[in-house]
Write a protein that binds this ligand. Structure first.
Ligand code: GLC
Length: 652
């Protein structure tokens, strides 16, 4: 059962697609303090909290503070409170009562789950205007299912997007892309897509292609298509200000860009220097920007990633002027403890400055809103612009789309990647821990930059990360400019990489089938162990193993130099220790704790009792996977069936 409560005058987000009568009774579970705009709840010692989508820290969110305030922050450290997303749904798992809650407001929300006071959960609002949905059900999975039922079906990518994608900031020319594909093909490592980062554009202008570095782009796309390779270009939120650039000119003529209070267009800066931001919240601007994707779709492109859409702001013209003006005061001075730090703060305040998010406005549903009031739905609406347009410009074919910034509701139009992580062992664990909360909030097509985006990767880290990455729907190796190159073929043990990625392809029939079932039945694709074992106290402690779909559990290794790990089995399972899709040993492991060995090139998969895992012969491309080659690895599945979902993988 779901009840809706309304506080103040909430701004519509269109996250929920079902109509509800507003409940006039008092909000259950939390005490409401209207004056301060806070909800509070006492937590018993054993109570747990799950969800909140893409955030930092563990699977059980208790013990920290999380702020929904979409941020371009490339330092995903433990102490951070905000990442790129606001996915305000959580499940409260109390000793005697479990419930779900969706806090629907596009403004800033603070979830203080035992941070300020260890036994208190409080939810704070900058403006106490919100719709709150309270979900009650028979168990956690039922609560999640009901919630997913009111926010609309999750986005479905084309099946080829389950293949491996190689990315880099940036492949600088068509020849460099050719080389990547050649190298993969030479090594026999499967691959389906290559990502084009900002340098494919002409001076970072959206919907343009640099003619010199990518000459005759349309034919280049065709050439890649002929090899069954999909090129996936990036699109950024800011539109370069440049006379004669059609997107800029049209945006000005159509009045599609966000403006300041005085009616002037906001001048901000990102990669190309000065840009305007389209007002994605405005229906007309959204339709206009969405139709721009056609420029590339017409050239044969069938996948995109939307970036810098929190939005990231390097500086605004106004604030930069303020900084330069104030810098004068420090010139020639003997800077002491206070003035030195004030100076440092001043210079450090240039990018993503909170004041800048209060400088511009949106025309949304017939009203004018200051940006910070609707901040968390900006990226959502950029991706919605694309998603809505794809329905018009690609009526029969699905198009790959995922975004950096998001809000619940965006899951209907695309997936997400988890932004600028690092080549750190702890970020493999973070990736594992983010997946179930993303499943809860409907973001099924998700994944992180495998191998790590910033910092230099190492061969062992990349291998361990890949051993988890092969289970995430979005499986992409991406790294930043100036970091060590991390295409798989650059490392010593190519054979093992080939085998591990081959295993991914062998499992695509299963992963696609489970994905589609999760979409259609509002199920979670990644589940914490305790969601299926609610009465098992040990299962509640497990933060680094996940059920992936209905048949298997994974227990990835994410510690440097480890040759095994402890695994907790809530039930007796069959361990498959894969070196490749057809080279693996099996062992029945009884319920309980085990130390399970796994050499650097070995992937641990646990098949559940009475379930079956389809395994196909890997192929170079998803298209070539031979479904008639599928065999089933079962554990005690006498009389039980596996329903393998499949379709043509491309039609809408
Ligand atoms: C942002 C993105 C990253 C991309 C870079 C350059 O940092 O998060 O993935 O490579 O911009 O476009």
């Amino acid at each position: 059962m779901i009840r809706k409560y309304v506080f103040g005058d909430p701004i519509e987000t269109e996250a929920v697609v079902k109509d509800f009568d507003v409940c006039s009774e008092a909000l259950p579970y939390f005490d409401v303090d209207k004056e301060s705009g806070t909800l509070t709840k006492k937590m018993d010692q054993k109570d747990r909290v799950y969800g909140l989508g893409e955030t930092l820290r563990g699977i059980n969110k208790r013990g920290y503070i999380y702020i929904s305030n979409n941020s371009d922050d490339p330092f995903h450290m433990e102490e951070k409170r905000s990442l790129y997303a606001s996915q305000n749904f959580f499940v409260y798992w109390g000793e005697d009562k479990k419930f779900g809650m969706f806090v629907d407001t596009p403004g800033k929300v603070t979830f203080d789950i035992g941070y300020s006071e260890i036994g208190t959960f409080s939810i704070g609002f900058e403006d106490f205007d919100a719709k709150i949905y309270v979900v009650e059900g028979t168990d956690v999975l039922d609560i999640v299912r009901q919630f997913r039922g009111i926010i609309g079906k999750s986005y479905v990518p084309p099946r080829w997007a389950f293949g491996f994608g190689q990315s880099r900031w940036s492949y600088m020319s068509a020849d460099e892309v050719r080389e990547v594909v050649d190298k993969y093909d030479e090594c026999g490592i499967p691959i389906d897509s290559v990502y084009l980062d900002i340098d494919y554009m002409e001076r970072y202008k959206d919907f343009t292609v640099d003619e010199e570095r990518f000459p005759d782009f349309e034919n280049f796309v065709k050439e890649m298509k002929a090899r069954n390779i999909h090129l996936v270009p990036i699109i950024d939120a800011g539109v370069k200000i440049e006379e004669g650039y059609d997107v800029y000119e049209e945006g000005v003529a159509g009045d599609y860009f966000v403006k300041k209070e005085n009616g002037e267009r906001l001048v901000a800066a990102v990669w190309p220097g000065k840009v305007h931001f389209p007002d994605f919240l405005n229906d007309k601007a959204r339709a206009w920007f969405g139709d721009k994707y056609k420029v590339l779709v017409d050239k044969g492109i069938d996948g995109f990633w939307n970036d810098m859409n929190e939005p990231a702001i390097f500086y605004t013209e106004d604030h930069l002027k303020e900084v330069f003006d104030s810098i004068e005061d420090y010139k020639g001075k003997n800077l002491d403890i206070r003035s030195f730090f004030a100076f440092k703060d001043l210079v450090g305040s240039i990018d993503n400055n909170p004041e800048d998010y209060r400088r511009f406005y949106h025309e949304y549903k017939g009203k004018r809103y200051r940006h910070d009031k609707v901040h968390n739905i900006f990226g959502y609406n950029m991706t919605r612009a694309a998603g809505e347009a794809f329905e018009r410009i690609s009526t029969d074919k699905r198009i790959l789309m995922f975004s950096r910034s998001s809000y619940i509701g965006m899951h209907r139009y695309g997936g997400i990647w988890c932004g600028d992580n690092r080549s750190w062992w702890s970020h493999i664990l973070l990736n594992i821990q983010q997946m179930p909360a993303l499943s809860m909030t409907g973001f099924l097509y998700s994944g992180a930059d495998v191998g790590g985006f910033s910092a230099d990767t190492t061969e062992d880290l990349l291998m361990r990360w890949t051993e988890f990455g092969i289970f995430t729907p979005l499986f992409r190796n991406h790294s930043a400019e100036y970091t060590r190159r991390q295409e798989y073929y650059r490392f010593t043990d190519k054979e093992s990489f080939k085998n591990i990625i081959g295993l991914r392809y062998a499992l695509i029939p299963y992963l696609y089938s489970e994905y589609m079932k999760a979409v259609n039945n509002e199920d979670m694709l990644f589940k914490p162990i305790c969601f299926d074992y609610p009465d098992d106290e040990m299962a509640a402690e497990v933060e680094d193993q996940l059920f992936v779909g209905s048949s298997i559990m994974v227990a990835p290794i994410y510690r440097q130099n480890a040759t095994g790990r402890y695994v907790y089995l809530p039930e007796t399972m069959k361990l498959l220790r894969f070196r490749s899709f057809d080279d693996y040993d099996t062992e029945i492991l009884e319920e309980g704790n085990h130390y399970v060995r796994a050499l650097l090139n070995e992937v641990l998969v646990f098949v559940r009792k009475g379930r079956a895992l389809p395994i196909a012969k890997p192929a170079k491309r998803v298209e070539d996977i031979d479904y008639s080659s599928i065999t089933y690895e079962c554990f005690d599945c006498e009389g039980s069936d596996y329903e393998l979902y499949n379709d043509d993988g491309i039609s809408r």
